[in-house]
Design a protein. Sequence first.
Length: 466
Amino acid sequence: MLSPARTPTRPATTPAAPPPLRRSTLLALCACVLVAQGMVAAINLLVPQLTSSSLQPSASEILWTVDAYVIVFAGLLIPAGALGDRYGRKGALLCGLGLFAAGATLSALAASPAVLIAGRGVSGAGAALIMPATLSILMRVAPPEHRPRALASWTLAAGLGGLAGNVGGGLVGQYLSWHALFWAVVPLTALLALAVARTTPRTDKAAQAPALDPVGTLLLTGGLFALLFGIIESPLYGWTSARILAAFAAGAALVALFVVHALRSRAPLFDPRVFASRRLRAATLGTAASFFGLFSLFYVNSQYLQYVKGYGAARAGLAIIPLTVGMALVPRLAARWSGRPRPLAGGGLLLIGLGLLGASTAGASTPYAVYACWLLVISAGTGLCMPVLTLSVVGSLPARQAGLGSGLSTSAREVGAALGVAVTGTTLASHTSAGFTDGMATALRVVALVVVAAAALVTAGYGKGR
């Protein structure tokens, strides 16, 4: 009797291994990061030109022009990371570049402060898609043994983006109209999109992608907006005015509602319980504190060099270059000591705080060489702590939440940057009668104390236990 024919069985399929990380891919991803981060800082060099332009913005409208980009950027980063995990990271990156260019076009055509602020917000939404997508792609395609160096390159690009924005904004402010900054972004973004399309592989979608959670997104973004509104508008209305107190109360209430919603929801934007990890808490705080200090410096630097030292916009932009030294060299050294995150994270933040205290002493008679030395201290601290802080945030979450981890890390950066600009701008506006240098000294000292306090908390957070 013939035995029944057996149907051949196919071997179980396994997910395809990611393609190896190529140099062209790394360069394309880092270029996207540099441009997205650069637009946070570039506008600072144009503040004097915008103030005297036909737009005639008020002091608070200037702050909103700087911060609108960062508020939307920070508020949408986590849902944007979840969007990439769910529907494809390369697609999210290309969509982000398209939105970025659309916002730049709207900004370039602006005939009123409101339209300029709206354009900056649209570009911020594009940047929110760009940043987590680049980091999660990088973490997916880089072999584990190469991830610390790849992450150091990504971190370097993010840091250098602020410096490139200062230099580019300074050159535009010196020789061209402010419109030119935004027009230049459009072809540059098109070139980046072409480079990404040709060099970047598609990575597999997360099997259990995080939820998009529109309710949670609205609550979290609304809370951040209300908080920054209270800080930015306080010089106009007064810290104890009903409008400002209501803004702070609304911000606190919206954040509390977000936490309650996330704890009860079956599919939250992100689960607040991830912060049960001491290391994740410490790394998120440290990331926010480092950018709080760095972008506080960026905001006052251009005005100090132009108003007090009498530099032109281009020279003021180039004068920030000493910050590149530590950011370019130190991350590569820090990558060798990635197994010792505690001294890297705490020590780097402490250096940033000390550098800011030194910069707060700068005045009209301070030689540029002395000021540049303080910039070097700040850059060394940033280069020391940022790679390990970023790796700690991303590494504290499972691989399927790569987009969430990168979104959380970058969101901490941008929240810190937005708060730094808001606090520094508000302090300057509150000290107009005392003179710019007094206001700058007060602002940087406040920021430095916050960063030093954060250094102590981060050092403790990297102690024993989760």
